[in-house]
Ligand binder design. Structure first.
Ligand code: LLP
Length: 415
């Protein structure tokens, strides 16, 4: 994967660090992040967008990897952050993200969450429906809650009735989506917000789904927001696919931006500000999950290699049937076709089906590349699994930015 190299013995290096050294220091399972690759990706996005549409900003969809170190890294690279609800808002603020650079999302935010966003000085709150407008108006009617600059900037999320070819669970732009408003009610919301005293309608938002591997749906999304009229801000969401397996061929960031901004030219006002919200394609390929093989079992027609992690630290396979690749990290290369299974009490806990592994043995380190997106975020304690540490690796140096959980953490909330 990007950022990994091999040393002379066939051992994987992440950010220049041998995985053997990382396993010794941090144990397994561990989520290793090639910090240089992540920064390079953030710059590719930021520079690429600015070159094509100067009045623009990349807003990292932080749900893809919401830990303090990643919020900080994105802020250092000049990116804003998209937060979904009060929890991610709190994390972003704790990490020191500039509130003005925050875009606050959610289809079911409570009054408390919306109030927290206004009080924090969040730059933009995305209105997902009429209840949000009612709540915000009530919050702002209270003179003790005055947004920065006297007005709260909002965007209206539109559901354009576009169904990209992706897993149904991550498709959000179709007419029956629970997110946003169809064009006709969106126009109503826009009209209502134009008449509001303390809510300032800055523009519109669209996000049609995730792991999208072709640029055409993005063009159509731009056309859909353009049809709503002229605004100061157009937030075009995220959704570009990442390369998880050898069979995935997502468009490059440049090709994606060419399509998106190509579509914007001519249909969006030249003076408008464009925001984009990449999540998955920003972080996926910078992450590598490192496990240890616990057992190797030759069963009915298959070789099961069972590792010390699984659906506790990576739900992508269970939820979306995402195909990953894997390798023995000290003997990189193909070999016997195996089923790489997790440690959990669930048959669906299989990280990679049909993966060639070279002479796998108990105790081997197993690397699963491209696990930077939505793994940390969706990790859980099923079967008492401890959530793995996150380790940033760069130029041969490494540092833990999230520690491994302990059994004490499992008990921490029990009363
Ligand atoms: N903006 C909004 C409003 C979103 O809801 C999302 C993702 C993004 C941006 C970023 O999309 P991306 O660039 O990552 O495709 N739980 C799933 C992913 C759900 C994505 C939800 N929204 C998973 O684990 O794959």
């Amino acid at each position: 994967p990007p950022g990994t190299r091999l040393d002379g013995d066939g051992t994987l290096l992440i950010g220049g660090c041998p995985v053997t050294e990382l396993a010794e220091r941090y144990g397994t399972p561990a989520l290793l992040v090639d910090e240089g690759a992540l920064r390079a990706r953030a710059r590719t996005y930021a520079d690429g967008l600015a070159a094509r549409w100067p009045n623009s900003r990349v807003v990292f969809a932080s749900k893809a990897f919401p830990c303090t170190a990643v919020y900080r890294l994105m802020a250092e690279e000049g990116l804003g952050a998209d937060v979904a609800g009060g929890g991610e808002l709190a994390l972003a603020l704790a990490a020191g993200t500039d509130p003005a650079a925050l875009v606050v999302h959610g289809n079911a935010r409570t009054t408390g969450e919306l109030r927290a966003a206004v009080e924090a000085g969040a730059g933009l709150i995305v209105v997902d429906g009429f209840d949000d407008i009612d709540r915000l108006e009530r919050i702002l009617a209270d003179d003790r809650c005055v947004p920065a600059g006297g007005e709260q900037g909002v965007l209206v999320r539109v559901t354009p009735d576009i169904r990209p070819a992706t897993h149904a669970a991550v498709s959000t732009g179709q007419a029956d989506s629970k997110f946003g408003l169809l064009p006709a009610p969106a126009k109503e919301a826009i009209a209502r917000l134009r008449g509001s005293d303390r809510l300032r309608l800055d523009g519109v938002h669209v996000h049609i789904g995730s792991q999208i591997l072709d640029t055409e749906p993005f063009r159509r999304a731009v056309e859909a927001v353009a049809a709503l009229g002229d605004f100061a801000v157009y937030d075009l969401g995220g959704g570009l696919g990442a390369r998880y397996s050898y069979d995935d061929h997502p468009p490059s960031v440049a090709a994606y931006l060419d399509a998106l901004i190509g579509a914007a030219r001519g249909v969006l006002p030249a003076a408008a500000r464009i925001l984009i919200e990449p999540g998955r394609s920003m972080v996926a390929e910078a992450g590598v999950s490192l496990y240890r093989a616990v057992t190797v079992k030759r069963g009915a027609g298959a070789t099961f290699v069972a590792i010390d992690g699984g659906m506790g630290d990576n739900l992508e396979v269970s939820l979306y049937r995402q195909r990953f690749e894997a390798t023995v990290a000290t003997r990189v290369g193909g070999g016997e076709t195996c089923r790489l299974v997790g440690r959990h009490c669930e048959s669906g806990d299989e990280l990679v089906t049909g993966v060639p592994l070279r002479d796998p043995r108990p105790g081997d380190l197993i690397a699963v590349p491209a696990t930077g997106a939505y793994t940390y975020a969706l990790s859980n304690n099923y079967n008492g699994a401890l959530r793995p540490p996150v380790v940033f690796c760069r130029d041969g140096r490494h540092r833990a930015v999230v520690r491994r959980e302990t059994y004490a953490d499992l008990l921490r909330r029990d009363l």
